[in-house]
Structures are given as C-alpha cells and as structure tokens.
Design a protein around this ligand. Structure first.
Ligand SMILES: [Ca+2]
Length: 313
C-alpha cells in the first residue's frame, strides 16, 4: 500500500516540476537562460516517460537496457527492480494421481508428501516419487478444504482454506498431534528451516513461529513495485521463496527478506493439451530436493509430475 502511494507520488513530482516552469513562464522576463531551462525540463520529462514506458513494457526481454535507460533518464524516479524471466527444460516425467487436487507438495528423503484439497477429498499423502503410487494416506474431515503443507523438525504442518485451522501431524505415522488457528485464509505453506512461511491469497507472506504459531514478520510481495496477489503453493529453494500464482502458468521467485519479486518462471505448455481432462485444473505444487538440486512441479488433478531445470529466457 505504501509503495502504491509512493508510486503514484512519483508522478506529481514530475507534474509539479513542469507546472512550476509553466507558472513562472508568464510572469518572468524572457531571459534566454530561462527559455533553455524550460526546454531542458520538457526534454527531461520526455526522457522519464519514455524510460518508464520502456521498463514497464519490456522488463524481462531487455532488463539491462531498461535499467540503464531508467538510470540515465530520470534521477527523480525510483529505480524499477529488474525481474528476470526463466523458461524450463523437462528433465523427467513421472506419474501423478489425476484425482489429487494438489495444494501442497514437499520432497523429503526420497519421497513426496502431498496435501490435497476440496471438501470431502482432502488428504495428506506420502507418495512414491518414481511411480506416483500413494504409500500412506489419511483423509481430512470433509468439513475442511486442505491447503498448503510443509515439514519441519519431524512434523507435518497443513493449512485449510477458510476454516482458519491448521493441523500438525507426526511425520512417520501421520497421527494428529495438534491443531492451531490463524486469521484470514490459508493457501500455501513452506519453511526456511526456522519459520513456517504462509501465503493467504493476497500479496502478503507471513512468517510464523512453528511452536506458538505467532506471526513473527510479514512481507509484501511486489512485482515491479506493484502488489502481486494470489500467491499459492510455496517452496523455499536456495534462499528464495517460489510461489505459484493462482490461475496462471507462472511461478514467482521472491526475496524472503523484503518481498521483492526477483524472477518469474514461465511454465506455459508444461502439461500438453492432450493430457487435459475435464477435471484438470491449474498448475500448483512445487517441491525441491536440495541434495539432488531437483525441482518438481505438478498441478491440481494433473496426470504427470515434471522434474524441471530452469534457464534464463
Ligand atoms: Ca511446496
């Protein structure tokens, strides 16, 4: 919100500058230096607008030029963060339960853990990576719509969508150990090894103490300085937060220190049209294997789980 205001505040600075020159104009004597000053201001304003348009229109395709243009053209305009774009290469394809409405995905010790949603279909699963076979599963009560899930210190944490209730399970037995509450909606969940990191459908990400569930800090996720809402399934990857953006083919790479979007991964075309069925839903589900540096991606009711490698576009 503050940055939106700061952003709109940028414009009036330029307008005020132009207006001051205009106001001075009629009452001022026509000294040549003043005329040149006005021409100079007009030219500078033109440069600012051009560089702003450039960096807004093609931030990813040519970030160095946009950044250089913004820097050279307008010292009064706040720098627009450069957001890199990434494509992907499919390394491997494995089966995924097409009835699993994936809301959370974690890789740990050679297997996948998955949280599935929808009332009456919500579950917690341990899944064989190679075959997609469900090795262990508990159903979540039909009154709950399960959401994001993560694992920390031998415990599994699972959110629900609108019930403001989370569950803590034993990693081995899936026995329910504890329940907790939070305000707002529950969407995605991951961990940096210390905190639970939670999205709620807005552009906010909360960091929670895993023992008390108190919010220790909150970041506002901003893409090119603007709020980026609908952050869904999360994964902590090499010091960054990856976030599925709901109803898109994109995953944002987020700096956990300040919420800045540093990159955008375009997963367009990952699931072939021939793999779509009537209940196939959006891309959702990111898991990372730190030991093997492997990234896994799937979607809600997708028949396939993809191991992908990213590359700059
Ligand atoms: Ca995840």
């Amino acid at each position: 919100m503050n940055l939106v205001q700061a952003g709109t505040g940028g414009s009036p600075v330029r307008v005020r500058g132009t207006n001051a020159a205009d106001t001075d104009g009629p009452s001022a004597r026509p000294y040549p230096w003043r005329t040149w000053l006005v021409f100079g201001l007009i030219a500078l304003t033109g440069c600012e607008r051009k560089s702003t348009a450039l960096s807004g229109a093609t931030p990813a395709s040519n970030p160095p030029a946009a950044a250089a243009s913004a820097g050279a053209g307008a010292s009064a305009v706040a720098a627009v963060p450069v957001v890199a774009t990434y494509g992907y290469q499919v390394v491997d394809v494995r089966p995924h339960d097409p009835e699993a409405f994936t809301q959370g995905l974690v890789f740990l010790q050679g297997v996948l853990f998955e949280s599935t949603g929808l009332n009456g279909h919500s579950s917690l699963r341990r899944v064989d990576l190679q075959t997609g076979r469900v090795l262990q599963k508990i159903d979540v009560s039909a009154q709950y719509f399960a959401e994001g899930m993560t694992i920390l210190d031998g415990k599994i944490y699972q959110l629900t969508w609108q019930s403001q209730k989370g569950f803590v399970y034993d990693l081995e037995t899936f026995a329910l150990k504890r329940e907790f509450t939070y305000t707002g909606e529950g969407w995605g969940l991951t961990t940096d090894g210390h905190s639970l990191i939670m999205s709620d459908g807005t552009n906010q990400i909360r960091f929670l103490d895993p023992a008390t569930f108190r919010v220790t800090r909150t970041i506002q996720v901003l893409d090119h300085g603007a709020p980026l809402p609908r952050l869904n399934e999360l994964e902590y990857v090499k010091g960054e937060i990856y976030a599925n953006i709901w109803q898109t083919q994109s995953v944002a790479r987020i700096n956990p220190a300040d919420g800045t979007v540093t990159g955008m991964i375009d997963f367009s075309g990952l699931l072939a049209p021939s793999d779509y069925r009537t209940n196939t839903d959006v891309l959702n589900g990111i898991a990372y294997d730190p030991a093997g540096d492997r990234l896994f991606v799937t979607g809600k009711n997708w028949p396939k789980l993809f191991e992908v490698r990213l590359h700059p576009k």
